[in-house]
Design a protein around this ligand. Sequence first.
Ligand SMILES: CC(=O)N[C@H]1[C@@H](OP(=O)(O)OP(=O)(O)OC[C@H]2O[C@@H](n3ccc(=O)[nH]c3=O)[C@H](O)[C@@H]2O)O[C@H](CO)[C@@H](O)[C@@H]1O[C@H](C)C(=O)N[C@@H](C)C(=O)N[C@@H](CCC(=O)O)C(=O)O
Ligand SMILES: Nc1ncnc2c1ncn2[C@@H]1O[C@H](COP(=O)(O)OP(=O)(O)OP(=O)(O)O)[C@@H](O)[C@H]1O
Length: 449
Amino acid sequence: MQPRLTQVFRFVRCAYADGVAELVYAFDQGEEMIERIRFPSAPALPPERQQAFDAALKLLHLIAGVSYYKAGVPPQIEAEPLDDTTADLLDALYLHGLAEFAYRNGLDLRGRIAFPRLARSPLRGEGSGGREAPVLGLPPRTLVPIGGGKDSLVAAEAIKSIGGAATAVWVGNSPLIAACAERTGLPTLNIQRELSPLLFELNRLGAWNGHVPVTAVNSAILAVAAVLYGYDSIAFANERSASAATLEYEGQQVNHQWSKGYAFEAMLAGWLHTHVAADLDYCSLLRPYSELAVTRAFARLTPYFDAFSSCNRNFRILGPKPADRWCGQCPKCHFVFLALAPFLPKPRLLSIFGRNLLDDETQAAGFDALLEYQDHKPFECVGEGAEARAAMFALSQRPEWQEDALVARFAREILPQLDPARLALEPWLVPSAEHHVPMRLRPALQAIG
Ligand SMILES: CC(=O)N[C@H]1[C@@H](OP(=O)(O)OP(=O)(O)OC[C@H]2O[C@@H](n3ccc(=O)[nH]c3=O)[C@H](O)[C@@H]2O)O[C@H](CO)[C@@H](O)[C@@H]1O[C@H](C)C(=O)N[C@@H](C)C(=O)N[C@@H](CCC(=O)O)C(=O)O
Ligand SMILES: Nc1ncnc2c1ncn2[C@@H]1O[C@H](COP(=O)(O)OP(=O)(O)OP(=O)(O)O)[C@@H](O)[C@H]1O
């Protein structure tokens, strides 16, 4: 089958039994693509949580479909009709979460993505789905997703600092993430995710391919887990900077990190309250903080220095992984090196990376993109151009860094073109007030800022 020529993407069915969720999709009348999510040692579901579980599972089916839909982007989506709130969430996720995919493939998805909606009744308004879901009495404990990098470890330590009951949870089988989760000292939960092998076959046959909003998929998996195992909160570690677009193209913002951003967080948090449980909170504990505020907090967490990595090449399902924890070549390695540098003694930083990326002229283009100098911000989870410039400026003022090739080049070639009033580090360290952190977890914010 040539997925690019298909007409309909179908949400065929989803089911759950014995700790395994099966999510089934198809193009036209083609072969079924089945994704499986395995929840280890799954307890029997208390009957009073069944409805909430079914709603969360249905959302997972709809959200995880994005990996398969993108292979063909056919003109029609076939699914059970959705209330407006759910359809709005899905339309936004597929449009903005696939914006990078569309941009890089020269596609325009505006006007193409339309999830089917329930007919509206003007009298009862059942198309809106706006009622509050019941309170389930979920136990006061938090799922803390771990991604192997610095951000989630800052969040985990913040929750530990207030003695909050929490479990370090991760999706997939990365040994690096497992090692970080173990090191938190929290109880751990590892959920397995198997994409349909047919997707990889379609990729080989020339399907459309590109970035997907994977944080939304992980979030939906954890919403199911929260209801199944009994947790009243899911605390991601998505920083404020994640809401900033990577670039703007023909009037549309393209943000590599869209499902890590505040707009998605607000939509999903609200949806869970209205459709799953009024006492299930979804938030990001790092939302008030810039990347630089997070790296400053992480610089205090020395026990993780020999275990963590932000280099996404470690987290491929299929492709080759780097020999070292840090490939030293990708935008994540560049950014994390630069953003940690103002807050760590230089020898400490070099021992984490095993090399000095800022004294390597061959890496100039990579750092230029971070600074948004003659290029746009890379399609990766990196901070804003202005905060990268603030970090580089801080280094250019420090004797131990200013001789290094790329810091000296910055001072010589780029700095004279910048507004000196906008280069201070300190404003980036001030938390903003915008977040969804529930009252019970708010004291944890003190440990970060
Ligand atoms: C690890 C990684 O960065 N992978 C991206 C890469 O994939 P690649 O082809 O090199 O290898 P695999 O990861 O093994 O994937 C194989 C194919 O599988 C499909 N696929 C994978 C996961 C999934 O959830 N859905 C899928 O459809 C896809 O066809 C793969 O080719 O390049 C891909 C194409 O650009 C990216 O889609 C892969 O990204 C992963 C989904 C991934 O986990 N990426 C995170 C590290 C990531 O980008 N996180 C963002 C969060 C952004 C958000 O809004 O959620 C971030 O940290 O900024
Ligand atoms: N495999 C995974 N399972 C569960 N949650 C994940 C997984 N990968 C990433 N996440 C979560 O998604 C969010 C964004 O991931 P991100 O990669 O930015 O964080 P990180 O790995 O903690 O830090 P870094 O920015 O240094 O890579 C974090 O809350 C992270 O815990």
